[in-house]
Each structure stands twice: as structure tokens, then as C-alpha cells.
Design a protein around this ligand. Structure first.
Ligand code: SME
Length: 155
């Protein structure tokens, strides 16, 4: 893993997210920056991406990790779709035990999907896969929900 920078703490990370939001020239480049930051700061984030909700379909935005076959996901499909329908974060400790799971990589063992909202409506989500089983703990959920709240400002 040679692309990892030294980890920053939660407060520093949120500050860097805010900087991307305030200074990036476009929503895409802000999302690109934030995804790169998350992927490089957490070793257990093996695939880190954004889906944007457009016309009832989730469309893949910036991501780090292997290319996903799921560049569009209807909201009635997958764990990604379930997070939109339920309007809340979904943590899946064992993807192979969840019938909703749409596989991206055979290496993936666990997943977290965190909705991004604007004025109470879901506009997208952060989707993260880990090669470690049960990788996503309360701390991960908390920081990702804070990042998602900030990302809502971009929509
Ligand atoms: N696993 C997701 C699909 C997206 S890929 O992981 C990138 C799902 O079940 O919705």
C-alpha cells in the first residue's frame, strides 16, 4: 500500500472535506477529492465511491478501487438501493449472507452505504466495501455520516 498518507484525525478530516467543498471548481472535483481522501485515510476502505441519485437511478460518480460493473443501480436493487428506500445508513457485516448484495469484487466481505441528503431528500450516497469481514464499526458510521452531511451542501 504505497498510496497511503499518514492518517488524519476526525476533526482534520472534516476540515479537509470542508475545504474541498468550498474550493473545488465543480461538484465532481469536490467529490473526487473527498473520495480520494477517504480511500487514502482508511486502510479498511478497499473500494470507496459515490453514487448520485438521478431519476430514480443511482449513477456511479468518483470512486477509488477496481472498476465496478454497477455503474447504474435502480433503487429497487442492491444494498445501495435499500439505503435509498430506507433513508438510512446500512451496514452489512457479511455481504455473502445478504441476498440484496450486488457483487463488485469477490474479495469484498463487508459494506457500508451512507445516504447523502439535501433538504430532507436523498441525492446520493457514499458506498464503501472492505475486504475485511465486519469492517465497519460505529466510529466509521459516525464519521461517514458527518462527511455525507457536508456533501449534501454540494447538491
Ligand atoms: N454492493 C453494492 C453495489 C455497488 S458495488 O459494491 C461498487 C450493492 O449491493 O448495492
Amino acid at each position: 500500500m504505497d498510496n497511503f498518507m499518514p492518517s488524519v484525525n476526525q476533526q482534520q478530516l472534516l476540515g479537509m472535506v470542508e475545504d474541498f467543498i468550498q474550493t473545488a471548481s465543480s461538484r465532481h472535483s469536490a467529490l473526487e477529492g473527498v473520495i480520494g481522501l477517504l480511500a487514502s485515510n482508511y486502510k479498511h476502505f478497499n473500494w470507496t465511491g459515490i453514487y448520485i441519485l438521478e431519476d430514480g437511478v443511482l449513477k456511479l460518480g468518483p470512486y477509488r478501487g477496481d472498476p465496478s460493473p454497477h455503474v447504474t443501480i435502480p433503487v429497487d436493487n442492491g444494498i445501495c438501493g435499500a439505503a435509498v428506500r430506507e433513508g438510512k445508513t446500512i451496514v452489512v457485516p457479511d455481504v455473502n449472507a445478504d441476498s440484496r448484495y450486488l457483487a463488485c469484487s469477490v474479495a469484498t466481505k463487508s459494506e457500508i452505504v451512507v445516504p447523502i441528503s439535501k433538504n430532507g431528500s436523498i441525492v446520493g450516497e457514499i458506498d464503501i466495501d472492505s475486504d475485511n469481514p465486519d469492517a465497519f464499526k460505529d466510529d466509521d458510521q459516525r464519521i461517514l455520516e458527518m462527511v455525507a452531511e457536508k456533501l449534501g451542501e454540494l447538491f
